[in-house]
Design a protein around this ligand. Structure first.
Ligand code: FAD
Length: 395
């Protein structure tokens, strides 16, 4: 490990890996530090991603990254009626359940192949700040505390987002917008292999949802996210999940349990500072409705690596210069979807079970030629005009 690089990346998830690859491909010296002893483990994710999204990054997908191809989805309302998005309707909304243990590792390998250095069990414990500019990190590694200096530091440290806080940026997520999650990897359960299932409703998952994401034959990620304000003694995410599993998969075998948080808030007001770029979950760019953030982390990570390269070549790492990153992602398709989905989430989170039943029943027989989340929302609004008032500014 050297004491100085062009770019230092804090966090070896998808955001950090894509940033490292892009910066290395542009000839910069890059160091990734990851606090955990292994990249990609433990997996804190249900591992779902749309086919169109992942295809943006690769000409071909390595079969070992994919646990299952997903061709349809079921959305179950509180009264147990089902909106079925069949494979015929799903169209471009098909996707994959990944195996992130392999996927995340390969992303880092690709970055290392492009020239980046990567160190595990290397934790950033503070930022180096000089005259208001970020100049790298204080890092604990191999029993020592050392300084790693860099022209640009990329905070890719996930939902905890501590590094930005060390830099003086407030990354607090309001409790009501922090989904607390629990998930089992289960086997020996009756599932439909190519179909994801989502349950909504206050009894099942207050201000959140419960999911079944197939991972292969009779195996799935079965998880839940509920709003932080709904999490109470005896009513934690894991309690709701255990209740569901007792009722639906009493004979199922549990292979793994994970717990984690997902932000469902708006992105940070600004995702750059002098010498600093913030990407992925640390920037609060996971989707406020679904909690999905793999693509958004990869997209912002790659963009950060590209913009960092441009700025370093020009010798200017000021906030003003790095603002190109912030402006570009906000005006991108992803940025616009985040803005729109935040408004939708704010409306839907307030609905009670009766209202959810009525809305989902209204679309249960719907057949759409072309499906997208936005077209579904438009159909829901058409069939439930009262929602229109609250969703007026949807583009
Ligand atoms: P992460 O993948 O979290 O990577 C951050 C890395 O930084 C971690 O490896 C961490 O160890 C490291 N780090 C943290 N602090 C430090 C430090 N101080 N020093 C060094 N390293 C540090 N998204 C989807 O798209 N689809 C899903 O199905 C899905 N399901 C989810 C289910 C659950 C239960 C949860 C919790 C999340 C889910 N997500 C899902 C979200 C998805 O996992 C994240 O959006 C994605 O991993 C974000 O990538 P990232 O690179 O920003 O952060």
């Amino acid at each position: 490990m050297k004491s100085e690089y062009d770019v230092l990346i804090v966090g070896g998830g998808p955001g950090g890996a894509l940033a490292a690859k892009a910066a290395s491909e542009n000839g910069l010296s890059v160091c990734i530090i990851e606090k955990r002893p292994a990249i990609g483990a433990p997996v804190r994710c249900a591992e779902g991603i749309g086919e169109d999204l992942i295809s943006e990054f690769f000409d071909e997908l390595d079969p070992k990254w994919i646990s299952t191809k997903i061709e349809g989805a079921k959305l179950i309302s509180p009264d147990n009626s089902c909106f079925y998005l069949s494979p015929e309707m799903a169209g471009n909304e098909v996707g994959y359940v990944l195996d992130r243990k392999f996927f995340d590792r390969d992303l880092i390998w690709q970055a290392v192949e492009a020239g980046a250095e990567c160190y595990v069990k290397a934790r950033a414990v503070d930022a180096i700040v000089e005259n208001g500019a970020i100049k790298g990190a204080i890092v604990e590694y191999a029993g020592e505390t050392r300084e790693i200096r860099a022209s640009i530091t990329i905070a890719a440290d996930g939902v905890e987002s501590k590094f930005s806080r060390y830099c003086g940026i407030d990354t607090t997520v309001p409790l009501r917008e922090l989904e607390t999650c629990a998930q089992y990897l289960m086997t020996d359960i009756d599932i439909e292999e190519g179909i994801t299932v989502f349950y909504v409703g206050r009894e099942v998952a207050p201000e959140g949802y419960l999911w079944i994401f197939p991972k292969g034959k009779r195996t799935a990620n079965v998880g839940i996210g509920i709003s932080g304000t709904q999490s109470k003694n005896g009513h934690r995410a894991k309690d709701y999940l255990d209740k569901y599993i007792k009722e639906h998969f009493p004979e199922g075998k549990t292979i793994e349990l994970i717990a984690g948080g997902v932000s469902a808030c708006e992105p940070l007001e600004c995702t750059v500072a002098d010498g600093l770029i913030i990407v992925g979950d640390a920037a609060r760019v996971s989707d406020p409705i679904t909690g999905g953030g793999i693509y958004n982390a990869m997209y912002t990570g790659r963009l950060a690596g590209q913009i960092a390269s441009k700025c370093i070549k020009s010798g200017d790492f000021s906030k003003d210069k790095l603002m190109e990153y912030d402006k570009t992602w906000r005006s991108s398709k992803m940025g616009k979807a985040l803005e729109r989905n935040y408004q939708i989430k704010e409306v839907f989170v307030k609905l009670n079970d009766k209202q959810l039943n009525s809305i989902l029943n209204s679309v249960s027989n719907l057949v759409m030629k072309e499906f997208s989340t936005l077209t579904l929302i438009r159909e829901i609004v058409k069939l439930n005009p009262k929602l229109l008032k609250e969703l007026t500014s949807l583009k």
